[in-house]
Design a protein around this ligand. Structure first.
Ligand SMILES: NC(=O)c1ccc[n+]([C@@H]2O[C@H](COP(=O)([O-])OP(=O)(O)OC[C@H]3O[C@@H](n4cnc5c(N)ncnc54)[C@H](O)[C@@H]3O)[C@@H](O)[C@H]2O)c1
Length: 474
């Protein structure tokens, strides 16, 4: 039998290991906390499995009582078999009105978000639909989230009211008592962004030449339908770059500043969506990293490998559950201007665009070796765990030999080896950037407080200049 003292000691040790700070005797003495002692898991509703797309009509009709549905997609995904499956499901279940918006921009901008908002608000009309469905990659899911929010709650001060500070005002989405958002079902067709799980919508802000977004838990889709059949048609580049996004989501959320090292918000409403790493997000991040490390290459080299492809999609959603609460940090923060300021690069194939782009996952991954070489010393154990997972179980003895000071280098080397195996273009110079671009890349990163503030190692202008210089050539 364990005595009550024994249980307390056991609990204390466990809480201490988790960094929850409960190891000392707790009191209700209203001790003022400088840092935030609280973290929150906003869960997401997911259904997973091959063929699950065909169930969407029943969800809309019988669970959500929706008769009139607006489907968001891009012009390429509109032509794919998954769209046929979706439309048949709506028809079979007697959905009486279906409107399709297929103008989603690959890598959306403020203008393309506004176009979708205007379509839903004015062309369809806010009284004329009961639910929204997003079928596509992150670009489509994010556009649908933004359109659904702005059509339901038009901001009084304009588009930037809901946008993350300091680029926008960061006003909270109106409280539930003021009305709910129409339901949104998200059906991802890439194994990458995890947007089906997150309360985040990202766009390229053309004025500041960087990406930013809208982050609020109420933006989370009502349901994510995660169907591995839908990723079968991903071109190689799309599967590869979105898979690298999964890896970075997992590693960044696991190595982000621990939540209780962040300053305590003045009110609970100001607690950021990206709270920093925490014991609950860690579970998702590690599962996602292990699953992606084992399956990414298999899924890319053989799309017919159903098991590997399904596991990559599951890893993508799992990483979303983790980073949707913990956040990501510098790889993503630096990617925003890299994507936005791109003038000349276009992937050889796979991306259906009429504008130059560094695809999202690639724009993130290209910074990753430089970032982890820099952040490794801030939390060697967490970086060591990630390097160990990427390198596989056979290198367990190496893990013990690598000094704390070199763990960031080890993780960067693992990522570079993966880049070679997958034939991923690396080095910002490949995408047309030179030393002369570093000041504007830094300026595009500095306002990304949502992600830079949870970097495990603080960054300002000087550190970012060094990081971009390091990322120029790999
Ligand atoms: N909201 C979030 O939590 C979150 C997280 C990460 C990234 N993002 C955002 O998501 C966007 C990137 O999304 P993405 O990487 O999923 O790609 P995407 O949606 O931009 O699509 C890329 C290309 O792949 C094509 N495509 C998509 N699925 C396909 C399929 N099954 N078969 C054939 N072609 C297919 C598209 O038509 C497009 O041409 C970026 O804007 C990024 O900032 C959002």
């Amino acid at each position: 039998m364990v005595s009550s003292f024994g249980i307390r000691a056991l609990l204390s040790r466990r809480c201490h290991r988790l960094g929850l700070g409960l190891a000392t005797r707790a009191t209700y003495s209203s001790q003022p906390f400088e840092n935030d002692p609280i973290c929150e898991l906003a869960a997401s509703n997911l259904r997973f499995g091959p063929g699950s797309t065909a169930e969407v009509g029943a969800d809309l009709k019988h669970v959500l009582s929706a008769e009139r549905v607006v489907v968001f997609t891009d012009r390429n995904v509109r032509k794919l078999p998954c769209m046929q499956v979706l439309l048949e499901s709506l028809e079979t279940n007697g959905i009486s009105s279906v409107v399709i918006y297929d103008q989603v921009r690959v890598e959306p901008t403020d203008a393309s978000f506004q176009h979708a908002i205007d379509f839903l608000t004015n062309t369809v009309g806010t009284d004329n639909y009961d639910a929204v469905v997003a079928l596509g990659g992150g670009s489509t899911m994010d556009t649908a989230k933004a359109a659904n929010l702005y059509a339901a709650f038009p901001p009084k001060g304009g588009f930037f009211d809901y946008v993350n500070p300091p680029v926008g005002k960061g006003l909270p989405v109106p409280a539930i008592s003021q009305g709910s958002l129409p339901p949104l079902i998200a059906i991802p067709t890439t194994a990458g962004t995890g947007s089906e799980t997150t309360g985040v919508a990202i766009f390229d802000d053309t004025k500041t030449q960087s990406k930013t977004g809208i982050a609020n838990r109420r933006l989370k889709p009502t349901l994510g339908i995660v169907d591995p059949l839908n990723t079968l048609t991903q071109p190689r580049e799309v599967a590869c770059y979105s898979g690298l996004d999964v890896l970075c989501h997992a590693i960044e959320s696991y190595t982000a500043l621990y939540f209780n090292k962040r300053p305590k918000p003045e009110t609970p409403l100001q607690r950021p969506t990206y709270q920093g790493s925490n014991p609950i997000s860690d579970i998702w991040a590690l599962f996602a990293l292990e699953t992606a490390a084992q399956n990414l290459q298999l899924a890319i080299s053989d799309p017919e490998n159903e098991d590997a492809r399904a596991k990559m999609l599951m890893a993508s959603s799992a990483a979303g559950m983790g980073f949707g609460n913990a956040g990501v940090h510098l790889c993503h923060g630096m990617s925003y201007p890299v994507a936005s300021q791109c003038k000349s690069y276009t992937p050889a194939s796979g991306y259906d665009t009429d504008h130059p782009i560094v695809p999202h996952g690639l724009s993130v991954f290209v910074n990753a070796p430089a970032v982890f070489r820099f952040t490794g010393v801030a939390n060697p154990e967490r970086h060591r765990t990630c390097a160990q997972i990427l390198s596989g179980a056979s290198t367990a003895p190496k893990s013990k030999q690598v000094a704390d000071a070199d763990v960031g280098l080890w993780l960067a080397d693992e990522l570079m080896e993966l880049a070679v195996r997958l034939d991923v273009p690396m080095g910002l110079r490949t995408f047309g950037y030179t030393e002369e671009d570093i000041p504007s890349l830094v300026q595009g990163t500095l306002p990304q407080h949502r992600v830079t503030k949870i970097s495990p190692r603080p960054v300002g202008q000087a550190e970012l200049e060094d990081l971009f210089a390091d990322a120029l050539d790999e």
